[in-house]
Structure formats: C-alpha cells, structure tokens
Design a protein. Structure first.
Length: 295
C-alpha cells in the first residue's frame, strides 16, 4: 500500500458516481482521503481501499485542509456546508467545488466562503466518471490563482488536464453551461433523428455509423464559426442560411408527417428565417448567434 502523508490529505464530500470516482483517484494516488456522504453506506468500497469514512460532514472537513465537494447541485452543497458547525470547521481551509450549477450560484457560494474565511475555487468536470484518474479527464477551474497553485498538486491526482480559466469565480460554470448546451442540444438532435429514422424504417444501429460521420465534420465547423462570431464577420460561402433553412424545413415536414414533434427543429428554423428576414440570407447558419444575443 502507498504511504499516506497528512500534508496531502483531502476530503471528498458527496459519494455519488462522480464523488466516488474522485475519491478513488485520490486513493490511487496515495493521498490520505477522508470521505462523507449524506446517505450512509456509500463509502464502503472506498473505506475498504483505505479511505477514512467520516461520521459527519463537520468531522470530514476538519480532517483535511482541502475539501472537494461533488454533489447534485448547489442546493445540496449549501445543505451540507452552510451549516454552523461545518462552516466553522472550514474556516482557514479551502473548498474546491466540482459540483455543476450556474455561474451565479458559483459567485454566491464564493461570497459566502469569503465571508467565513474559507478559500474557494469553483470547478467543472467535463468528462464521465470512467475518465477520472486517467489522461482523458478534463477539469476546468476558476477562482484565485494562488489558491489554485497551492492545491494543484492534489488536484493533479485526479489525472487528465486541468485548466485554470482565471480569477473570476463564475468562469468555470460559464464554460460548463456553454459546453453542456452543445452536448444536450446535440443529444436532443440525436434522439429526434433516431425517432424520425425509426418512423422511416431505419434502425438506430443502421444510422449510427453515418451519425458518427456527422459528429466528425463538426470540429472544423466549430473553429470556423468561432472566428466568425468573435469577429462579427460572417460568410455563407459553401452553405448560406437560405440553403440551410430549406434542409431544416424538410426535417420538420418529415417529422410531423409521422406525428413526431419537431419543436426543436422548428425553433432553429425560425431563427434562421429571422436572420434571412433581416437581410443575412447569404451568411452561414452561425449568424443566428447574433439573433439570439445581438452585440
Ligand atoms: P448526482 O448528480 O446524482 O449526485 C449525487 C450526489 O449528490 C450524492 O452524493 C447524493 O447524496 C448527493 N445529494 C443529492 N441531493 C443532496 C442533498 N439534498 N443533500 C446532500 N447531498 C445530496 O451524481 P454524480 O455523482 O454523478 O454527480 C455529481 C456532480 O458531478 C453533478 O453536479 C454532476 O453534474 C457532475 N458531473 C457528473 C458527471 C458524471 O458522469 N456522473 C460528469 C460531469 C460532471 P445521497 O447519496 O445522499 O443521495
């Protein structure tokens, strides 16, 4: 067994699938790891692997200078740490909150931490539990640089890449929201595509290889669109909105002919038509960013 040192001790609050993966990676790295979860019993396997199972959140946070929190949302975080005894035990310690929520909630939690003399970093995990402790994990962090630097060696035990996005505490959550926007909209599109394909007698398995092909053409499109959105100069060369909107209309018609809701595609088509109506028909589809949030 790897030797533990009190100096590198870390506490993990929250032992859902992600919290267990984080605690497991800390243990694998040989760090003395204290764990706690609202519902007892979720720490059994971790304790068998050498973790210290704390009897209360207060006891857990008192055990380490660094506490990593990973629960369902910030209401749950507040329910755990914003209680007299736990808040008191955290004074002079640091919390790295890897729970997902909104930028505003991150700012609010940072204000609470500052008020109580608690160091605070906010973070987001962009990859599934299976990546934790491997090079494939992706972590985003924001908050005071000196706190990040101090705890980076412990966070490195989680593997993967860690990116500090700056001192503004809401930045990690802002990236998280934007990236999850891409993910869930894409998943909604895929679920819809599979429903329409099935109505046309095409199985999900038959479509999957070609669906992967659609995924593969996106990265260079993302790069090009980023240039256009940041510069405010749009080019529809290759695929103007007038052409895109026609293909969207085909999807709406086919879906609705099968009695399948086409609300998501109707929303996208509507925005594209507004862009055309404002005289941007020769621009590419990404011009709708300006319809959604005019600069
Ligand atoms: P969940 O999002 O389901 O979180 C489960 C954890 O939240 C458990 O520890 C649970 O405790 C705790 N919890 C829920 N409600 C409360 C409450 N009211 N008070 C105290 N604790 C509460 O599962 P994950 O572990 O997967 O996710 C944790 C975070 O990680 C989430 O913010 C998620 O978005 C993020 N994440 C997860 C990924 C994944 O692949 N799973 C990927 C990237 C980010 P109890 O056991 O007592 O119910």
């Amino acid at each position: 067994m790897t030797s533990h040192t009190e100096q590198s001790a870390v506490t993990v609050l929250g032992l859902g699938p992600m919290g267990r993966a984080l605690a497991g990676a800390f243990l694998d790295a040989g760090l003395l790891t204290t764990v706690w979860n609202r519902t007892p019993g979720r720490d059994r396997e971790l304790v068998e692997r050498g973790a210290v199972g704390a009897r209360s959140a207060e006891e857990a946070v008192a055990a380490s200078r660094l506490t990593v929190v990973c629960v369902v949302n910030y209401d749950a975080v507040d329910g755990i740490v914003r209680r007299g005894a736990v808040t008191g035990a955290l004074k002079g310690h640091t919390v790295v909150n890897l729970t997902a929520d909104t930028p505003d909630r991150a700012r609010n939690t940072a204000a609470w931490a500052a008020e109580h003399g608690i160091g605070y970093l906010d973070g987001a995990i962009m990859t599934p539990t299976t990546t934790i402790g491997t090079p494939a994990a992706v972590f985003l962090h924001s908050g005071p640089t000196e706190i990040y630097r101090e705890h980076r060696p412990v966070l490195d035990a989680l593997g993967g890449t860690h990116t500090h996005l700056g001192a503004e505490i809401g930045r990690a959550a802002a990236y998280d929201i934007a990236l999850l926007d891409i993910f869930w909209t894409a998943m909604a599109g895929y679920a819809h595509a599979l429903a329409v394909a099935r109505a046309e007698g095409v199985t999900a398995r038959e479509l999957a290889p070609f669906a992967k092909g659609i995924g593969a053409i996106l990265p260079p499109i993302f790069e090009e669109a980023a240039e256009e959105v940041d510069s405010g100069r749009f080019s529809g060369e290759g695929n103007p909105i007038t052409s895109a909107v026609s293909s969207m209309a085909h999807i709406v018609h086919t879906s609705e002919a099968h009695g399948i809701d086409a609300g998501v595609m109707r929303a996208a088509e509507g925005m594209a038509r507004r862009a055309i109506g404002r005289g941007h028909g020769t621009d590419g589809f990404i011009r709708i960013t300006e319809i959604l949030n005019p600069r």
